[in-house]
Design a protein around this ligand. Sequence first.
Ligand SMILES: Cc1cc2nc3c(=O)[nH]c(=O)nc-3n(C[C@H](O)[C@H](O)[C@H](O)COP(=O)(O)OP(=O)(O)OC[C@H]3O[C@@H](n4cnc5c(N)ncnc54)[C@H](O)[C@@H]3O)c2cc1C
Length: 423
Amino acid sequence: MSPDSAQFSLPHVVILGAGFGGMNAAFKLRHAQCRVTIIDRSNHHLFQPLLYQVATAGLSPGEIAAPIRHILRGKNIEVLMAEVQGVDTEKKRVLLEANRTVEYDYLIVATGSRHSYFGHNEWEEFAPGLKSIADATKIRKQLLCAYEEAELETDANRRTELLTVVIIGAGPTGVEMAGSIAELAKKGLHREFQNFNPERTRVILIEAGSRVLAPFPESLSESAAKELQTLGVEIRVNSRVQSVTNNEVSLDGEHIRAATIIWAAGVQASRAAKWLNVDTNDKAGRVPVDKFLNIAGHPEIFVIGDTALALDKDGKPLPGVAPVAIQQGKYVGKRITGMLQGKAQDKAFHYFDKGLLAAIGRTYAVAHVGKLKISGWPAWLVWVFVHIAYLIGFRNRVLVLTEWAWAYTTYQRGVRLIVEQKE
Ligand SMILES: Cc1cc2nc3c(=O)[nH]c(=O)nc-3n(C[C@H](O)[C@H](O)[C@H](O)COP(=O)(O)OP(=O)(O)OC[C@H]3O[C@@H](n4cnc5c(N)ncnc54)[C@H](O)[C@@H]3O)c2cc1C
């Protein structure tokens, strides 16, 4: 917190959030003539696209997360673990808990998004979403405990309930989760239980829209749906959830009893619009930004990633995906570096769309890259390559590849541990 005086006189860039956007901005600023402070409520950077594998016992938390302090060690970057509570844009300072403040010359807001239960926050208790390591280990525990309880259960109806998993939302996270759970049940638990067959697990994937993987081309949605069905997943499209209570999901005229219910249906931007006192008509609460990713009237404040409402050249909002946050982080880091050097900065942000990927089970994926639409094993290889390439840390890359190679040959999940107390 107390840089030497020469450093202290340098302009101060404060980054809120050490996710994909914040970290990439920090990397770009590491040689710039400035002090950088990055603030996050967690002590780790998390690779969210692989969270579902932690939730389904394929990977352990340490393989997809790394301490922010370690990643940024030895740079001109101060790391603070704290909850951001607001921003005073007049006095140019960030408000933290315990009345702490951090002053800035430039501010990058990259605090991502959280689950949205579409006005039904009471559902969260019964249908946890997946956003953090804590969420993933909670879901893993619930899933594994249901099997342990099923082994003890003598009532057939209750056992069926214990062996039913409902996933709400068939976007990439819901689809990946459904495929992974179905595969675990079919192959990963083979011959491990005496009193029931884990293959009897029902995995039900519910989607309000008309198809799974809506952002993908229709042909790839169909391939994904077929592969899910091969794994035994029941898909309900055009089905709107009416209520979620303890162990029960109600759709139009149907009540499904399930011990495990997972929410993968919606996201809401962080509270940045409120902190920055910006009006937003966006349903997800994102902060509107201009072509330089600034908020109106504040060239020193940038908002990026899932929290930003940035438009593409056709005026459509950019999607809430990692490549958008990464590219925006790099752009803003570069832009501030140029501003610090007094160079004219007239290059607007342009998103380069590298495509979409989703994996289903251990060897199948769908990929839409440019005009190319591929599914099956070749798409899965692309998926593996991309995920390994973007994982932070050589150690994590090696560990994850080893886990995948093991799972590929044996179907075994390395991390089927229930470490928390049973409730
Ligand atoms: C389960 C899951 C699967 C996904 N799969 C894919 C995928 O396959 N491909 C893809 O491209 N995208 C995927 N995404 C989306 C992708 O992860 C996000 O688009 C990306 O992480 C957005 O980056 P960001 O920097 O805006 O926010 P994040 O990466 O979410 O980072 C935000 C950071 O801000 C911190 N933070 C938030 N609020 C506060 C606060 N008040 N105070 C302090 N710190 C705060 C958080 O701790 C976090 O570290 C997935 C997301 C999830 C949840």
